[in-house]
Ligand binder design. Structure first.
Ligand code: ZN
Length: 344
């Protein structure tokens, strides 16, 4: 098969479009012939490497993908060759206390496809059968791949962890990323009023097209918490979606008393100072989460398939141009998700 291989960590130049033996599914696994994959920031981090990350070279990155079942491993039932599927990239043991409790994204052996196991920047990928979720005939594989990780993550954070209720107000910090565009849509679908903070009029236009009710341009209002405070009649918002991290001081100010601050990432950097007086003084809850459960995946993908939620696809690159695609993501030029077209 054709795949994007990395033989050592580094910049986009280490991504090599080459031939690699097509893997075979082991017991309980399936082989998926991919039609599309989608990029995530994690792909860049895995490519660059971090202390403690151990991968078997050549490695193949990529968590998101959709296609059809090409072969079944021993003991796999309830699935057939040719069935179209979208991949849930959360790999879990199915046996630990968290898996048994339905919290498989807290699995003690949790890992993400493409991080330590070979992923979706390839014509074929092997995954556990339970990570293949049925996709309707005729549904665009690029849309499904673009939706999977971002919407799954946003759903788990807003709905499962924060228990978002109709009538609440949600501030989304960022207006154009995969998880932020998903968060805006999920918050609207849940019946919330949405405030979006974006870095440019173009990015805010996208947020508006997804249903954001109030737009705040941070290139004009550096202290955007003040704008939120004014827009909410000095109340603040119920929920802040902050996946930047370094913006927590502003998010704490923008939250109402008893507000919840959600975070699933740290695009602004992992370490920063917080003023604890806001946390106790305003009765704030800081809610962290990563990825989502199998139940969340089913819930959100059915809404995607029904057209109630719509992944924003920035641009589609052929698999061979994965390096160009990653450079675009690294420069932060994208609006929504970048997709790799694998088999036209
Ligand atoms: Zn487990």
């Amino acid at each position: 098969m054709k795949a994007i291989l990395i033989h050592h960590h580094g910049g986009p130049e280490v991504l090599e479009y080459a031939d690699f033996p097509t893997p075979g599914p082991g017991p309980g696994e399936v082989l998926v012939r991919l039609e599309a994959a989608a990029l995530n920031r994690l792909d860049l981090w895995v490519r660059e490497g971090w202390p403690g990350l151990k991968v078997a070279y050549p490695h193949i990155t990529g968590a998101d993908g959709a296609g059809e079942i090409a072969a079944l491993g021993e003991g796999v039932s309830g699935m057939s060759v040719g069935r179209r599927v979208v991949i849930n990239s959360n790999l879990s043991c199915g046996e630990c206390e968290f898996c048994i409790a339905g919290q498989d994204n807290r699995c003690v052996k949790w890992e993400l496809l493409g991080e330590t196991r070979r992923g979706t920047y390839a014509e074929y990928v092997v995954i556990p059968a339970r990570n293949a979720y049925p996709m309707p005939e005729g549904f665009d594989a690029g849309q499904a791949a673009a939706a999977a990780l971002a919407f799954h993550t946003a759903w788990h954070s807003l709905v499962t962890r924060a228990d978002l209720r109709p009538g609440e107000s949600v501030l989304v910090v960022g207006a154009s990323g995969g998880v932020t565009t998903a968060s805006i849509q999920i918050a609207k679908l849940a019946g919330a009023t949405v405030y979006a903070v974006g870095s440019s009029p173009e990015k805010l236009e996208l947020a508006a097209s997804l249903g954001a009710d109030y737009l705040i341009d941070r290139s004009k209002e550096e202290n955007w918490s003040k704008a939120v405070y004014q827009l909410t009649g000095r109340r603040g918002v119920d929920v802040v979606v902050d996946n930047v991290g370094t913006t927590f001081p502003l998010s704490f100010r923008a939250a109402c008393k008893g507000g919840r601050i959600l975070t699933v990432g740290n695009t602004g950097g992992p370490k920063f100072e917080i003023d604890n007086r806001f946390v106790f003084g305003k009765h704030l809850s800081l809610i962290g989460s990563t990825m989502g459960t199998r139940q969340d995946f089913a819930a959100v993908m059915e809404l995607i398939f029904a057209g109630k939620l719509r992944p924003i696809v920035d641009r589609v690159f052929p698999l061979a141009q994965a390096a160009l695609a990653q450079e675009r993501l690294q420069r932060g030029e994208q609006r929504g998700k970048i997709v790799l077209d694998i088999q036209p």
